[in-house]
Write a protein that binds this ligand. Sequence first.
Ligand SMILES: Nc1ncnc2c1ncn2[C@@H]1O[C@H](COP(=O)(O)OP(=O)(O)OP(=O)(O)O)[C@@H](O)[C@H]1O
Ligand SMILES: [Mg+2]
Length: 298
Amino acid sequence: MDYILETKQLTKQYGRLTALNQLDLSIKKGMVFGLLGPNGSGKTTTLGMILDVIKPNSGSYEWFGKAPHADSRKKIGAILETPCFYPYLSAERNLQIIAKIKECPTSRIDHVLKEVGLFERKNDSFKTYSLGMKQRLAIASALLADPPVMILDEPTNGLDPQGIVEIREIIQQIAATGKTIVLASHLLDEVQKVCTDFCVLRKGEKLYQGSVEEALSDQKTIEVAASDLSSLAQLLENLEGVKKIEKLPESLSLTTDPSITTEQINAYLFEHGITASLLAKKGGSLEKQFLKILNEND
Ligand SMILES: Nc1ncnc2c1ncn2[C@@H]1O[C@H](COP(=O)(O)OP(=O)(O)OP(=O)(O)O)[C@@H](O)[C@H]1O
Ligand SMILES: [Mg+2]
């Protein structure tokens, strides 16, 4: 069984409110899995339950193919809330204390500080850190024990665009080392950029689970322009593999079979005496797909 995490019918109620309803999730090794959903949809509740800090009302989950136990928890690095660091101590000293608590060697401290880009600032006290640096130190502390799984709850919350890019790059680097990452976010763009797979939660219900690539494949288009757009459109209507032509102000947007290449389109137009002034692939956006998922479930 190559699932790192499987949840079965995981349910959490707070009084009459169902925060999470019968959630089935399966997360494979190496995935960067995004839990996507608006505020209050049950993301933190889910992470809390799989980290054994929130008790489910019903349902179960397995880590590494087994019922959770103390040993499996050690293989998971998590940031659920901003961890408490000592404000007057340096980043390095803070990590030494955490290493002691977690009973893991201090020999990885320099390495994890480099991984999150704080090595040069390791002697500065925590209170002098920016929000982005604090968040990166939190990731460093979760990496200390070199866990194969990382869980991050809204890792870019409150950060500026630069800080968001830095965290995103760190997550991508961590994923490249083969770790499995589970990340909660309400940002479509973040999930699209860093995740391989995702699920959509709304009011505690899972509406969708799939790979990001698949979700985007429906959305991919090719943009074409030439001096005479209407004759261009007429010509392209007859090209096999072109499924839909949408007229934009200065170009056409084609929805095509995935097998069709821009080279083929170019050659076809050239054969028919048209020179394209623009021919470009456009990646899809998760936003369109997300709205479609929400609409289908209304
Ligand atoms: N301790 C609690 N007591 C009562 N209700 C709670 C508690 N914790 C969460 N809830 C409720 O459960 C639902 C899910 O909350 P949760 O924090 O999991 O959402 P979330 O998706 O993480 O939201 P956000 O994006 O705002 O972090 C919400 O309606 C919330 O009000
Ligand atoms: Mg939350």
